[in-house]
Design a protein around this ligand. Structure first.
Ligand SMILES: [Zn+2]
Length: 106
């Protein structure tokens, strides 16, 4: 059987691609996986890790892992949903920055 050459998306990290290395967890399907981006401290406040995944006939999804004191969970968001998350975060940052403004006048 001739070996079919695997085509990886531009963003796929060969060191992490599920088609080239075993998936991180046994139940994970073999999918293309992009570089990991991490925000936050490991403990106690938690960490958010994001990366891209996709299958042969699947549009890319943004995987968002949250690691906290009580456990680790994740969600796989479509690109429009991930864009919505970015909007929500931008709004929260904006609200938070205004909350930090010093009170005006006497
Ligand atoms: Zn790949």
């Amino acid at each position: 059987m001739p070996e079919q050459r695997m085509k990886h998306p531009d963003w796929c990290d060969p060191a992490r691609c599920g088609h080239l290395v075993p998936p991180i967890m046994a139940h994970m399907p073999r999918r293309h996986r992009g570089a990991t981006r991490r925000v936050g401290e490991k403990r106690p406040l938690g960490t958010v890790i994001t990366y891209l995944v996709s299958g042969p006939d699947q549009a890319p999804l943004v995987t968002v892992h949250a690691a906290s004191r009580v456990g680790d969970v994740w969600a796989e968001l479509s690109l429009p949903q991930a864009a919505q998350l970015v909007e929500h975060l931008a709004e929260l940052i904006n609200d938070g920055m205004h909350a930090c403004e010093p009170p005006r006048g006497p």
